[in-house]
Design a protein around this ligand. Structure first.
Ligand code: NZQ
Ligand code: ZN
Length: 390
């Protein structure tokens, strides 16, 4: 195993009606709360009312920032930070999916900087550790990113067509409320994108060195299978509480730092997906369903043993049914792609209307850094995009 230090301070309140846990969390902070949310789904499904009720009971003064878009943009961070400074906000309460949570984390960080500070450069381009931020609490409404229990966030500079990730010790939510029933109102395609995203997180950690049979590999496999089992139930009945519970906790576990301990991790599929979203604003999970299998197909020959393990442990394929390890490895990747397709995710760039002519410029703008399995050049990224076209 690789050496590691692990720390995660986020308190989780899980279960039906766990929104009432706000009653024990809110008194820990000062009087003014910035309530952040997205395009309005929380006003249709009753979550807004429930949260407002708890804020009122706690006697808070509430300032609101609505309209946080999917793939949240820089401007929204600036707008939120300005509100925090003006109203001397004590706590940011993010109610939504990963986009609202990510944006809120950076609102809290930017609020504590001087207006002249080039936060984009420091926090995203140079990727400096953010060590000071206003506290953020979360009421999660979508299972996907793991942002509810990690110290990361992804923000888009739409003008520059860059979608970049930042992180920091100060960015862990103080608490996150996970009520599986809050995810019932998600449109089916968002449930699917969420499943693709959480499985992709597991694979970014699984397909990386060291490849010794360590605990993280076993946890990653178990979580992968559990999510698929529960997805089968949930996609048949979107209000199955047990299935939605397991998916919700599976997503959190997939990216709260525990799963990849002792592994180098990769994250290249995420980089090349972010580049697509930065140009075409596609849903993150949809982009991953398209590029992740094709990236694996591009690299599997260098790591055949790991891909054989994936094919046998995850997909139940048998060595005797294939003429070579390579053939078996490839069948595992095909099984993954077919799985994404079977649950209704797109698996080609054509399906999300990205023109083929745009691929070179997207590839050139993608972030890339040597990671565990991949040491991609722009040409490699372009080759993956092209293979994902049809
Ligand atoms: O805007 P609202 O009205 O909230 O609607 C949202 C949005 O349209 C809707 N939604 C969420 N909960 C709902 C609901 N609709 C009905 N009922 C509910 N209960 O779903 C849509 C998608 O929401 P969004 O927050 O954009 O999705 P997700 O959670 O997938 O977040 C995606 C963002 O997170 C970043 C992605 O890059 C992307 O920007 N990521 C963040 C990570 C992190 N912080 O660790 C890691 C991930 O890899 C990812 O990159
Ligand atoms: Zn992701």
């Amino acid at each position: 195993m690789e050496a590691f230090s692990f720390y995660n301070p986020t308190t989780i309140h899980f279960g039906e009606n766990s929104v009432t846990s706000l009653g024990q969390e809110l008194p820990k902070y000062g009087p003014t709360v910035l309530l952040t949310y997205g395009g309005g789904s929380i006003k249709k499904n009753g979550i807004y009312e429930a949260v407002k009720g708890e804020l009122e009971k706690a006697g808070k003064t509430v300032v609101e920032l609505s309209g946080i878009m999917s793939n949240p943009r820089k401007e929204k961070v600036i707008e939120g930070a300005k509100l925090c400074r003006e109203h001397k906000v004590d706590l940011i309460l993010a109610v939504g999916g990963g986009s609202v949570v990510d944006c809120s984390k950076f609102i809290g960080a930017v609020a504590l900087t001087d207006e002249s500070y080039d936060w984009w450069q420091h926090m995203f381009v140079k990727r400096e550790n953010v060590t000071k931020a206003l506290p953020v609490g979360v009421v999660l409404t979508m299972s996907a990113t793991g942002s509810e229990m990690n110290n990361r966030g992804v923000i888009t500079d739409w003008e520059a067509q860059k979608k970049l990730g930042g992180y920091g010790d100060a960015l862990y939510p103080k608490f996150s409320i996970l009520d599986p029933t809050y995810t019932y109102s998600l449109p089916r395609e968002q449930v699917v994108y969420g499943i693709c995203d959480m499985l992709s997180h597991l694979m970014e950690q699984y397909f990386s060195t060291p490849e010794t049979n360590n605990l993280s590999d076993a946890l990653l496999e178990a979580t992968f299978k559990n999510i698929m089992e529960n997805a089968a139930v949930a996609l048949n009945d979107l209000t199955d509480y047990e299935a939605r519970s397991n998916i919700m906790w599976g997503a959190t576990m997939a990216l709260n730092g525990i799963m990849g301990l002792g592994k180098k991790q990769d994250w290249m599929s995420h980089q090349i997906e972010h580049a697509l979203s930065a140009f075409y604003d596609i849903a993150h999970g949809a982009g991953l369903a398209i590029v992740h299998p094709m990236l694996l197909k591009y690299i599997y020959k260098d790591h055949v043993a790991r891909f054989v393990r994936f094919a046998t442990h995850i997909w139940g394929l048998k060595r005797e049914d294939f003429s070579s390890d390579e053939e078996l490895a490839l069948a595992g990747i095909e099984a993954l792609r077919n799985y994404f397709k079977s649950i209704g995710a797109p698996t080609t760039l054509r399906e999300v209307n990205i023109p083929k002519e745009a691929l070179p410029k997207i590839a050139a703008s993608s972030n890339r850094y040597p990671t565990s399995y991949t040491n991609f050049t722009t040409e490699d990224i372009l080759a993956v995009y092209e293979s994902a076209y049809e």
